[in-house]
Structures are given as C-alpha cells and as structure tokens.
Design a protein around this ligand. Structure first.
Ligand SMILES: CC(C)(COP(=O)(O)OP(=O)(O)OC[C@H]1O[C@@H](n2cnc3c(N)ncnc32)[C@H](O)[C@@H]1OP(=O)(O)O)[C@@H](O)C(=O)NCCC(=O)NCCS
Length: 163
C-alpha cells in the first residue's frame, strides 16, 4: 500500500470510488457548494494497492471568517479495504502535509465518531455558518495553529474561495 499525489490519469478511478461510496447524487449535497474551482493540488492524494486505487482524499480551499482554511473531503476507501487502517493513514498523511501550509484550520462535514482521532473537535453551527443544511454533529474543525482560533472570534462564515 502506498500514498501518492493524485495525477490526471487517476480521475476515472477516483470517480468510480466516489460513486461507490456516496452514490449518484453525491454532487447535490450542500458540501459541494463549497467545492468551487479546483481542489488544492498538493492535497489531492490517492492510495494504491498493487497498482489499483483503493483510497482517495482531496481538500478544497475555503474562507473561514475571512481567513484561508481547508475543507476536508471527499474521502473514500474501496469497500474491500475498509476497516484496515487505510483511511486513517490517508487522513493522517494529508493533515501532516496541510499543517506545513499556510492554512488556519480544516473543516469537515463528516462522521462525528471518525474525525476526533485526528484532533477534530465539534464546531457549533451557531458559531460556524455553513452555507446550507448540515446536521450539527457532523460539523467539525481542526485548528492548524495554536493562535488560529483567537484570530477568528465570534461568528465565522464558511465560504468557497471563489465566492
Ligand atoms: C469512513 C472511511 C473513510 C473510513 O476508512 P477506513 O479505512 O474504513 O477506516 P480505518 O480502518 O482507517 O479506521 C480507523 C479507525 O476509525 C474507526 N472507524 C472507521 N470507520 C468509522 C466510522 N464511519 N465512524 C467511526 N469510526 C470509524 C475504525 O474502527 C478504526 O478505529 P481503531 O483505530 O480504534 O481500530 C471508509 O469507511 C469509507 O470510505 N466510507 C464510505 C465513505 C465515507 O463515509 N467517507 C467519509 C465521509 S465522512
């Protein structure tokens, strides 16, 4: 198993993986309002086993309270590979890389019990303004620097960078 940066030739395999994980109407979810333009190229990773793509994770740039931040996802592991630590390795790898970049935080709308193992904490929807419906328990944040949270006091809008 190896993790490498995504290349254009991976697109169809990634699309098939996402269709398997999230179904045909996946782009209708509100999270896609925040995925405008391209994902951050340095943070598009695939996981391979014997030349086949078995995992994919991308991040989109967003604005959080007017500051640069990242939106984690979509993340998917092929069904035959789930529960074997591949997702954990992929997320940890990507967060380590993101931590070296100039982003203040990573937001995710995801499984409430999955992301705390990476340091994510619950983000209240009264403080973080998600553009659309979200189940409150799914919204989580990882601050990438100790002084990032105090830089953004009060209510913070979550916006696509293209907005
Ligand atoms: C969610 C997903 C990415 C997890 O990847 P994975 O490779 O199956 O998970 P891992 O084996 O790395 O799990 C790491 C740990 O998280 C736990 N875990 C796995 N899936 C979990 C979930 N959905 N909720 C809570 N905990 C979970 C595992 O039990 C494991 O715990 P342990 O370290 O104590 O043993 C994968 O199952 C998947 O692609 N699911 C379908 C698409 C999806 O839901 N994507 C994420 C949207 S938020």
């Amino acid at each position: 198993m190896s993790i490498r940066q995504q290349i254009p030739q991976d697109d169809s395999a990634i699309d098939a993986l996402m269709a398997e994980a999230f179904g045909p109407s996946r782009h209708a979810r509100t999270v896609w309002h925040l995925r405008q333009g391209d994902a951050v190229p340095e943070l598009c990773f695939v996981q391979e086993d014997a030349g086949a793509i078995i995992g994919s994770l991308r991040f989109w740039p967003i604005l959080l309270g007017g500051k640069s931040a990242l939106l984690l996802g979509p993340l998917a592991i092929a069904k035959d590979y789930k529960g074997k630590g591949f997702g954990k390795a992929l997320v940890a790898h990507a967060i380590a890389r993101a931590s070296q970049m100039a982003y203040h935080a990573i937001l995710v709308s995801g499984e409430p019990d999955y992301y705390p193992q990476f340091g994510f904490v619950s983000a209240s929807t009264s403080e973080f303004l998600w553009p659309g419906f979200i189940e409150e328990e799914r919204l989580q944040i990882l601050w990438l620097a100790e002084d990032a949270a105090p830089l953004m006091p009060g209510v913070k809008a979550i916006l696509p960078t293209g907005a």
